[in-house]
Design a protein around this ligand. Structure first.
Ligand code: FAD
Length: 361
């Protein structure tokens, strides 16, 4: 009887592998329901660690709304606000985006986009002329509203610090040590009802899911110091330049599909520097050059759901290049699905690639 009781105490509701935005938002869903979890993370960082964390429900290349942009936006902001309060840490930094126009011909496109019902809450219809000495561009700019930055590095650190030491293991997950049954899973000494893999691009090494078409897109970024720039808004030209405090700015990013190494390249740095020079006239110094791989999917939709043959093994991946806005609501979708409360939207359900998964069995 006593042994049974102890076993129940040690049984977690879920084991989560990976503490990036996917793992964090899923753990927070459990936390809000009072359910227990254990997280395993390699500690070597991922895409969330270096992201600018910009939340922007529009696509500024096409002057359109991003997939589910408004729905994700309206769930994500209150979600992060509540988390900010729970963790007593500021990590949401609202800031408009100034879309610097390339040519005057873009003005009409902007005005008609701002006229659309779906985009009107986000795009200010006015065309502004550039008055800031340090920002280049003769064709002016447009303002995107209700945007900003979630300082993902700060969020991750503060979430990690808030965990009880028994709820987090810093190690690389060993797939050979995983046992699955019809009622739960066992990994080393940890027993749980479910396991949720939230590994970002490193999913390519997971034998249970590595047949899924996670293509990955490498992004290199620069952290620069530009004391004269003094802007508090996010600048969008050929790249984003976002203020991150004091005189430092996040500048990026490259988008590369072939090279999947975590090596910063000279070509990437040069490409970024050229674009920074195009956007600002103030002097800057490169402080850091970093890279990571975005978990992008062949059909540009996330990979969420349950392994077809293993009912307690789940996946939360494919957040692509817009994880900040999408992760909170998608973590709820996955939670509701696992708990049998509702089905997943078909376009994110990994069932669409079931034939790929069966190849690995
Ligand atoms: C340069 C760049 C800029 C970006 N800018 C933005 C932006 O401004 N706005 C936005 O919304 N999105 C942005 N993104 C995208 C965003 O980073 C991703 O959508 C999101 O962070 C992915 O989160 P994730 O949790 O799925 O993966 P990750 O953040 O990669 O987290 C995965 C975690 O799992 C761990 N892990 C993996 N395998 C194992 C294992 N076997 N054992 C233990 N741990 C493991 C890793 O160490 C990591 O901590 C950017 C991405 C890049 C690369």
């Amino acid at each position: 009887m006593q042994r049974f009781f102890l076993l129940l105490i040690c049984m977690k509701h879920a084991l989560i592998v990976g503490l990036g935005l996917a793992g964090l938002t899923y753990a927070e869903q459990l936390n809000r329901k009072g359910l227990s979890f254990h997280i395993i993370d390699s500690g070597s960082g991922g895409s969330s660690q270096i992201a600018a964390g910009i939340y922007n429900p529009t696509v500024l290349k096409r002057f359109s709304l991003s997939w589910n942009g408004e729905v994700f936006h309206s769930y994500a902001l209150p979600f992060y606000k509540k988390l900010e309060e729970r963790l007593s840490t500021d990590f949401i930094h609202p800031a408009p985006i100034h879309k610097i126009f390339n040519k005057d011909a873009e003005h009409n496109l902007w005005s008609s986009a701002a006229d659309k019902k779906s985009l009107a809450p986000f795009l200010d219809p006015k065309i502004y002329s550039n008055r800031e000495d340090e920002v280049n561009g003769n064709s002016g700019y447009g303002i995107v509203k209700h945007t900003g930055r979630v300082a993902t590095d700060v969020l991750l650190k503060s979430f990690k610090d808030s965990l009880h030491k028994d709820d987090l293991s810093l190690e690389v997950f060993d797939y050979d040590k995983l046992d699955t049954t019809s009622t739960g899973i066992k990994y080393k000494s940890i027993k749980a009802k479910h396991i949720v893999f939230c590994q970002g691009y490193q999913m390519v090494n997971n034998p249970l899911f590595n047949k899924l078409p996670l293509v990955g897109s490498k992004g290199e970024i620069l952290i620069i110091k530009a004391p004269n720039l003094k802007t508090k808004v996010i600048l969008k030209g050929p790249i984003f330049i976002a203020p991150i405090g004091d005189d430092f700015y996040w500048a990026g990013a490259t988008f590369e599909r072939k090279d999947k190494t975590l090596v910063c390249t000279k070509a990437g740095k040069t490409w970024l520097e050229e674009r920074i020079l195009k956007m600002i006239s103030s002097e800057f110094e490169v402080i850091e050059h970093i890279t990571q791989i975005r978990p992008t999917v062949q059909d540009r939709r996330p990979l969420i759901g349950t392994h077809p043959n293993l009912p307690n093994v789940h996946l939360f991946n494919g957040l692509g290049s817009r994880g900040v806005l999408g992760a909170p609501l998608m973590s709820k979708w996955l939670f509701d699905y696992i708990e049998g409360r509702s089905d997943l939207p078909e376009e994110v359900n990994l069932r669409r690639f079931e034939s790929y998964l069966r190849q690995s069995l």
